[in-house]
Design a protein around this ligand. Structure first.
Ligand SMILES: [Zn+2]
Length: 745
């Protein structure tokens, strides 16, 4: 979806008004007060779905005429800025365009479109009186400007479009140039007229002497823009999306920004015109589509089609899983994975960079656990990330089994000291159970325990231990800690219930080495209109040092990468920059996400319009959870800005109905984008059916065979469509700098 219309757009609208009407993007007319090199108050003249365009001030500067497409076709309306009254000039069966005050008369000239390329220039009196045909022999007229009370500069439709000069009355116009732009004007303080020469690139503003017929170049337009306005002081004004620029008439002057109207919700500015005294500027802005579902149907279909038949993404995922495998921070695997991604992305033509990050370097070393009494057998285990090792020869000690921290505290130091604490925790979802993995070691150490074993944070176990990071409390001695299987935790609980003592031996070589350098991998498609604004998406590229790190989180990285790749291949360059980040070191440090956040200036952070993260496995996706930091989910009064953003996301979500991934839930995010969200960036966490993720999360079983090609393709589709629309929709998901009102303490 492009918001800056091709120059021929309104010309084609004139040719096929009724057929084109259905596809005309909505525009609104605004008036801003102007004062030399600055602007003031912004006032909305129109506010409705539909085409309201081509404003011109009447000589009093208090009234505007503009063309407005309503049910009966396009008519000319008059808007009184003093009273706010807004009336149609004259109801007609045919359409009228390009209203322009006629010098020295209480009338406007306009293009009257009778269809079939019959478009002639007429005068309509502003008071009583009948319309008159001004140029009976010039047809079809597109645009016009008055040279004086008798003569007109005309944009005449045809192959090619021509610039013509004609006098009121019978007779053809004389052709002066080919391929003019649509904006024709009188240069203030001069007899010259101006137009844009579009016959060569870059386009140039030209000055025409209507008497001698000579044409000279003034200067280049702002890239790709053809609408301009002369202020009475002789400065020329143009717009680029939401930004207004001006420059002096001299050749050596430069465009300088006057204002960015983005904060006023005005984007995609096209036409602009000054009141005769220069104190008001009327502009036309693109109206955001009422319904993103309808507006992005075509692009979404392309992305969905490409994603659902994609083979390249899976081929890359297979490479990562098979030839590189797991990728813990500091490991050769992660280094190789980063090098490979950068090389491959570059080969694909994406803009790639590496962001240096110092990461922890924890190594597991050899490790084992065994039951030594009352029976003897080996016990599957996985040391927890960041754990210290045992002394050489290991630790042999009796166990004390607890179900939760309360039971541990109730036992007290007397019954814990010198023991191995076994947390035989219930599975009440990841969030509940994982606390024992992260805090259990230090809580046990506080009571004198020599080691801690934690039931794996999973609902289903096939004798598979699940690792994950622990966090030591600096106040307590660091004791070794490991995950054991659900089966063994349960067995030890049953033994304890029977009053039977169990003795274990735990041996771990784990150690923390000095930090090493790693990298975030950043790939992007620069935005076509607002490259400084960014939609960022991704997952974490590091994994635990077992399995292949497919569900956690390699497949997400590859899905985001492939979504970007497909959008690039489809040549769908969005307005904003679309960026993929493969964050490093999420699992045992979050240093990659922090480094990404810390490298942003406050301005750059504010220009992150949305952050998307996938870090819940590559099961069948169902949609997103949406959150903004500081939002009170339970507030009695819903936040209107959040609700509006949610409604926009639901419109985007409907584009995912073909893959049943339309759900937008309140609340969501992710560890990596959490860093950005705390800085105010709206966050979207991809959600899946979440049936099996925690069965293989952080285990040696997180391997490619657990992933499904179709689910992976759906993830590419969901990330691709959502990120693309967020990067391309004219308005931001939430206004820049907006934050919900903080919850009252
Ligand atoms: Zn993860």
């Amino acid at each position: 979806m492009r918001w800056n219309l091709p120059a021929a757009f309104v010309a084609s609208l004139l040719l096929v008004a009724s057929a084109a009407a259905a596809q005309i993007p909505s525009t609104d007319v605004f008036v801003v007060t102007a004062d030399g090199d600055s602007i003031g108050e912004v006032r909305r003249v129109t506010d409705r779905e539909g085409y309201d365009n081509q404003p011109q001030f009447l000589p009093d500067g208090e009234r505007l005429v503009y063309s407005s497409l309503r049910s009966g076709g396009t008519d000319i309306r008059i808007h009184d800025l003093r009273s706010g009254e807004d009336d149609v000039l004259r109801e007609t069966a045919e359409s009228e365009y390009s209203p322009t005050p006629i010098p020295g008369r209480e009338a406007i000239s306009l293009v009257r479109d009778f269809g079939n390329q019959d478009q002639q220039l007429w005068s309509f009196p502003l008071g009583a009186g009948e319309p008159e045909l001004l140029l009976p022999d010039v047809n079809p007229v597109g645009y016009h400007a008055w040279v004086d009370e008798e003569r007109l500069l005309l944009f005449v439709l045809g192959e090619p479009m021509t610039l013509q000069l004609a006098a009121v009355g019978p007779g053809r116009g004389s052709v002066l140039a080919d391929s003019p732009g649509r904006a024709l004007a009188r240069i203030p303080g001069s007899r010259e007229m101006s137009f844009v020469d579009k016959s060569t690139e870059p386009w140039r503003v030209m000055a025409l002497d209507p008497d001698g017929g000579t044409i000279r170049a003034l200067f280049e337009t702002i890239g790709g823009r053809e609408d301009y306005a002369w202020a009475p002081d002789g400065t020329l004004w143009m717009a680029d999306d939401s930004r207004l620029y001006r420059r002096g008439p001299k050749n050596d002057s430069v465009w300088s920004e006057v204002a960015d109207l983005d904060g006023e919700g005005i984007r995609g500015i096209t036409r602009l015109t000054f009141s005769p005294d220069g104190k008001r500027l009327a502009i036309v802005g693109q109206r955001p589509p009422a319904d993103l579902t309808a507006a992005y149907r075509d692009e979404a279909a392309k992305i969905l089609g490409a994603a659902l038949t994609d083979v390249e993404g899976w081929e890359k995922l297979e490479h990562l899983a098979t030839e590189i495998g797991h990728r813990l921070s500091g490991s050769v695997g992660l280094e190789r994975a980063i090098d490979w991604a950068v090389e491959r992305m570059e080969a694909e033509g994406l803009a790639v960079s590496k962001q240096s990050v110092m990461v922890p370097h924890w190594v597991r070393g050899a490790e084992s656990a065994a039951i030594v009494a009352p029976v003897e057998r080996d016990m599957p285990m996985l040391g927890l990330g960041n754990s210290v090792g045992t002394p050489p020869g290991g630790i042999t000690a009796p166990v004390v089994v607890v179900r939760d921290f309360d039971e541990l505290e109730a036992l007290g130091r007397e019954r814990v000291e010198g023991k191995i604490v076994v947390y035989a925790v219930d599975w009440r979802g990841y969030g509940y159970t994982v606390r024992y993995r992260s805090r259990g070691a230090s809580r046990a150490a506080a009571l004198g325990a020599v080691a801690a074993l934690v039931r794996s944070a999973t609902g289903l176990s096939l004798q598979t231990p699940h690792t994950g990071a622990l966090r030591y409390d600096d106040e307590q001695p660091k004791i070794p800690a490991a995950a054991i299987t659900v089966e063994d935790a349960d067995w030890m609980r049953r033994m304890a219930e029977r009053g039977l003592d169990v003795t274990l031996r735990l041996e771990m070589e784990a150690q923390m080495l000095p930090d090493v350098e790693s990298f975030n991998v950043i790939a992007e498609i620069p935005g076509a209109e607002r490259p400084e604004e960014v939609v960022v998406m991704g997952g974490h590229y590091d994994s635990w040092d077992v399995g292949e790190g497919v569900h956690d989180d390699g497949a997400a990285c590859l899905a985001a990468w492939q979504a970007l790749r497909l959008i690039q291949q489809l040549e769908l360059q969005p307005r904003r920059t679309l960026r993929v980040v493969l964050w490093t070191n999420e699992e045992n440090g979050l240093r990659g996400a922090r480094a990404y956040r810390d490298a942003l200036s406050e301005d750059e952070l504010a220009d992150h319009v949305a952050a998307l993260e996938m870090d819940g496995g590559v099961e069948r996706p169902v949609g997103f959870g949406f959150d903004v930091h500081g939002l009170d989910e339970n507030a009695a009064e819903p936040d209107p800005t959040y609700e509006a953003a949610l409604a926009r996301l639901e419109q985007i979500g409907r584009l995912l109905e073909p893959i049943e991934a339309s759900e937008i839930r309140r609340g969501g995010g992710g560890a990596d984008i959490g860093q950005l969200m705390r800085g105010g960036v709206p966050g979207l966490g991809l959600r899946t059916v979440l049936e099996h993720y925690f069965d293989w999360h952080h285990t040696a079983a997180d391997t490619l065979d657990k992933a499904d090609l179709q689910d992976f393709r759906r993830a590419i589709a969901l990330l691709g469509v959502t990120s693309y629309v967020l990067a391309d929709m004219p308005e931001r998901l939430v206004p820049r700098g907006w934050a919900p009102e903080q919850e009252q303490p």
